[in-house]
Design a protein around this ligand. Structure first.
Ligand SMILES: [Zn+2]
Length: 285
């Protein structure tokens, strides 16, 4: 018999796959353990799925999306949702969604199901950021997301017009969302001669980059970013860089810095340090 991979399984499907005798033997040999009526843990199953099933539901919402590789806002809670019976009869806490609860398919929800729950747990910014990441990773198409929320409230449907599959990181999506909310005109992933591709360009002259090892590929890239910044500055751009922590945890101060630069007109004209002479070609890049 093929060894069954570690995981949390509905007892019924496990019995169908292995046969009732084999399931009983796994339990006897302590290789498997019933953790809730109708559910069995096999081997070293992921702790979050075990916990979700023990709590009376399945792993869903942002916890499931994170497991699928989607960028989700920082959150220490375990997001569990129940089926229709569980939401009526068990205490939870369970995540909710627009419309009726889904049946339980497995111990962890797939991306579309988890997203319908995340839509009610996340704020507007978080929802846009998560959808951007799903699009960027090609886990769903825009049409699929639109269809998923066809019956959702208008405020949520309006957010769909703010999605952008080109966004390369969560913090970049966050900044874009905040600025678009303030009606700031910008573009993302813009190619600039002599500088390269920048995360966000506000107007013609204000560059916003999200820094950090995590998103820019380690120390060599970090150094290259410093050089790019110097070059951008010498060409008349105003480059602003923010770390992941600044964007995610210090939202107010970060927004204030960007909006101050915009109020000063940094996006409308070359910075005063711009020199008419071009960079000498022997600068090593
Ligand atoms: Zn949730």
């Amino acid at each position: 018999m093929e060894p069954i991979p570690a995981g949390v399984y509905p007892t019924k499907s496990l019995r169908q796959t292995l046969g009732p005798a084999a399931v009983a033997r796994l339990i006897r040999e302590e290789k498997a353990e019933p953790i809730r009526k109708g559910w069995i843990r096999v081997g070293n199953a992921p702790a979050d799925q075990v916990l979700a099933v023990k709590r009376g539901g399945v792993l869903s919402c942002v916890s499931a999306l994170k497991r699928h590789g989607v960028w989700v806002p920082e959150d220490i809670d375990l997001h569990v949702r129940g089926n229709q019976w569980a939401t009526r009869n068990r205490k939870g806490p369970f995540c909710r969604r627009f419309g009726r609860p889904e049946p339980e398919y497995g111990a962890i929800d797939d991306v579309p199901t988890a997203l319908t729950y995340a839509a009610r747990c996340l704020d507007a910014e978080g929802f846009v950021v998560v959808c951007d990441s799903i699009l960027h990773l090609r886990l769903m198409t825009f049409d699929e997301i639109e269809y998923l929320f066809r019956a959702a409230p208008g405020c949520l449907q309006r957010l769909l017009s703010m999605l952008d599959a080109r966004a390369e990181s969560g913090p970049e999506s966050m900044i874009r969302f905040r600025l678009r909310n303030k009606h700031v005109k910008l573009d993302i992933q813009v190619q600039i001669d002599g500088v390269g591709r920048v995360d966000i360009l506000v107007g013609e002259w204000l560059i916003i980059e999200i820094d950090g090892y995590e998103y820019h590929g380690g120390k060599p890239m970090f150094t290259r970013d410093r050089i790019r910044f110097a070059d951008a500055h010498l060409r008349g751009y105003t480059p602003l860089a923010f770390s992941y922590e600044q964007v995610v945890f210090d939202r107010a101060a970060t927004n204030r810095r960007i909006m101050t630069a915009i109020r000063n007109g940094a996006h409308l004209r070359p910075s005063q340090l711009a020199r008419p002479t071009p960079l000498s070609p022997d600068i090593d890049r």
